[in-house]
Design a protein around this ligand. Structure first.
Ligand SMILES: C[S@@+](CC[C@H](N)C(=O)[O-])C[C@H]1O[C@@H](n2cnc3c(N)ncnc32)[C@H](O)[C@@H]1O
Length: 249
């Protein structure tokens, strides 16, 4: 397994602006169109979008855990991708549909479980799951990553992010297994108050999920966020996640 590790320390106090994103590289500067989505929780995907754009594979992509107010697939749709999403919560799918109606984007999202992805083997060029496997146990996350690998074509790329033990939500609730907490806070619509699993990872822990892949980028991001006022955290949040882009080989 090869990997390049980088750490990002970002302070992010506003997400309403629409800027032109410029990717600086050693030999050239690539300009991308302003993104329709600049919500901070979607930012981990900007690098993946660039990696997909640079891949020779056709632009088709699956999002697992695709629902919510800011459906990340909108980013890919507006860049010309054929997109499809699955999500296990009807309410979250409904929220995404409202966003798509308002923005006039065609982003199909169907009911489906990342632990049993309803697509054929080797049917997708690109697959990602952002801000989602944190809501699965570590055992189920291993199944989810295997499922992502199953539906990816050879040379296809995937992106998955994991919540780090450095996130400010680490340690809340009852620890039911190492790094797995039963938390009661409502993370997204559809979650009941009975509690649900949130999984947190040491820096190298998720590497094991990607042993059958070639890891082409690994990035740990620590971001100070000021987010929606009605978020259970009341606005402030140190978000820490560990992001992987990996290729099926
Ligand atoms: C925190 S939200 C993130 C939504 C979106 N990915 C984003 O970044 O804005 C987590 C999403 O994962 C979905 N989800 C949770 N468990 C899932 C599962 N087993 N299979 C598919 N989706 C799941 C939830 O319904 C919810 O929409």
């Amino acid at each position: 397994m090869t990997c390049r590790v980088s750490a990002v320390l970002a302070k992010s106090f506003s997400f309403k602006h629409q800027s032109t994103h410029v990717v600086r590289r050693t030999s050239k500067v690539t300009e991308m169109k302003p993104f329709i989505l600049s919500h901070p929780l979607v930012r981990p995907l900007y690098g993946f979008l660039r990696e997909c754009n640079e891949s020779p594979l056709e632009k088709e992509i699956l999002d697992c855990g695709a629902g919510g107010n800011y459906p990340p697939l909108a980013l890919f749709r507006e860049q010309g991708y054929r997109v499809v999403g699955i999500d296990s919560t009807l309410e979250q799918i409904q929220l995404a549909r409202e966003f798509c109606r308002e923005t006039n984007l065609n982003v199909p999202i169907m009911l489906g479980d990342i632990r049993n992805i309803p697509f054929r083997d080797e049917s997708m060029n690109f697959v990602y799951s952002v801000n989602t496997v944190c809501h699965l146990s570590k055992k189920d996350t291993a199944t989810a990553v295997q499922e992502i690998r199953r539906v990816l074509k050879n040379e296809g790329l995937c992106f998955v992010n994991f919540v780090s033990v450095d996130d400010c939500w680490f340690g809340r609730g009852k620890e039911v297994s190492p790094g797995e907490f039963l938390q009661e806070e409502e993370w997204y619509s559809g979650i009941t108050k009975e509690g649900h699993i949130c999984s947190y990872y040491e820096d190298t822990e998720p590497d094991a999920y990607f042993e059958a892949f070639e890891v082409i980028r690994k990035e740990k991001r620590i971001t100070e966020l000021v987010i929606e006022k009605n978020h259970p955290e009341g606005g402030g949040w140190q978000m820490a996640d560990i992001c992987y882009t990996a290729k099926k080989v």
